[in-house]
Design a binder for this molecule. Structure first.
Ligand code: SF4
Length: 327
């Protein structure tokens, strides 16, 4: 078996917050608190969970938009969490991002031609001015935008077209992994499907790995290979798409999936309504972090943290119930 393209080992990111009149007393937001997973070449792993669960922080840590608190991020066998700036330059080329809001991530003053040319120039990928032009026009073809649009600026495009420009800009660097951070969440349903289809086609064509960060499980079900479910800074379940959607094991995953509409008209799942609010990541609950909302909570859950362990097949679950002997 070939080694994974990306390995994330026990990743933690804690942010300080100031408290008190003079901001002297510090507390910590445990945004990501011990997350591990792998992504193979050409694979899509979806990171899902409610807003504030830490999934976008994981994506940003992989992109090294900030220093992590502890843990390891390894790309193709090489640590990037503490890489020297000279190594990091090549690593940055290999891992690109598509953000949720292409309008704020694209420079409004730049023409599309320059937006796409910038990463090609920065990473020294073009051999000549002609080669640069060939690459830029090829990117427009790849994301199915007209070449005539190269001289336009971002505000002259629709939301879906702008997201295609964001994808083209990511592809311009010839990456091996793209972090899609809620990349289709702001789009209309039909446009969403088009962008997801485009990402799938590009994955096939270029052998790309995708880390697809999303709260939209209906979209995830359509396009992912595996799913990792996060709750309050931790992964509670990881499994291949088919297994997790057919038979989720963790009580939180069950509740999340019960809200996903079924494709058949009129068909409904039995929704599981969770009590209480998501606790604060400043002061997460002891033991299992989900115990304050879990319908199956028992004494052990309040004191002992469940570890992520192999359940069936390639399904991994962090729940004491899963570790109980059958019967
Ligand atoms: Fe629920 Fe306990 Fe399992 Fe946590 S460990 S999900 S509280 S049953």
């Amino acid at each position: 078996m070939s080694p994974p393209l990306l390995q994330v080992n026990d990743l933690k990111k804690h942010f300080p917050v100031s408290k008190g009149l003079f901001g002297r007393k510090s507390e910590w937001v445990y945004a990501v608190d011990g997350v591990s997973f792998e992504i193979a070449r050409g694979e899509t792993l979806s990171l899902v969970g409610e807003s504030g669960c830490g999934k976008s922080t994981v994506g940003r840590a992989i992109l090294r938009l900030f220093d992590i608190t502890s843990g390891q991020v390894i790309l193709d066998g090489q640590r990037i969490d503490d890489a020297h700036p000279s190594t990091m330059r090549q690593m940055r080329r290999r891992v690109q991002v598509v953000f949720q809001d292409p309008f704020s991530s694209l420079n409004p003053r730049m023409r599309v031609r320059d937006i796409l040319a910038e990463p090609i120039r920065n990473f020294g990928l073009a051999k000549s001015a002609e080669d640069l032009e060939v690459r830029v026009t090829a990117l427009m073809d790849t994301v199915r935008l007209p070449r005539e649009a190269l001289n336009r600026r971002p505000h002259e495009f629709s939301g879906g077209q702008r997201q295609r420009i964001g994808i083209a800009r990511a592809l311009a660097a010839e990456p091996e992994l793209i972090v899609c951070d809620e990349a289709v969440s702001a789009l209309d349903v039909s446009v969403k499907a088009q962008i997801v289809n485009l990402l799938q086609d590009l994955q096939q064509k270029f052998g790309l790995a995708l880390l697809f960060i999303s709260h939209d499980l209906a979209i995830v079900e359509h396009m992912t290979h595996r799913v990792a479910v996060m709750y309050l800074g931790k992964i509670v379940e990881v499994a291949p798409r088919r297994e997790i959607f057919a038979a989720p094991r963790h009580p939180y995953t069950k509740a999340l999936l019960s809200a996903v509409p079924l494709p058949e008209p009129g068909a409904q799942r039995n929704p599981i309504i969770l009590g209480g609010d998501v606790p604060s990541p400043i002061n997460p609950p002891s033991g299992c972090r989900f115990h304050t909302r879990c319908p199956y909570v028992f004494d052990r859950c309040r004191t002992e943290e469940p570890q992520l362990r192999a359940a069936e097949g390639d399904q991994w679950v962090a729940c004491h119930l899963d570790a109980l002997p059958a019967g």
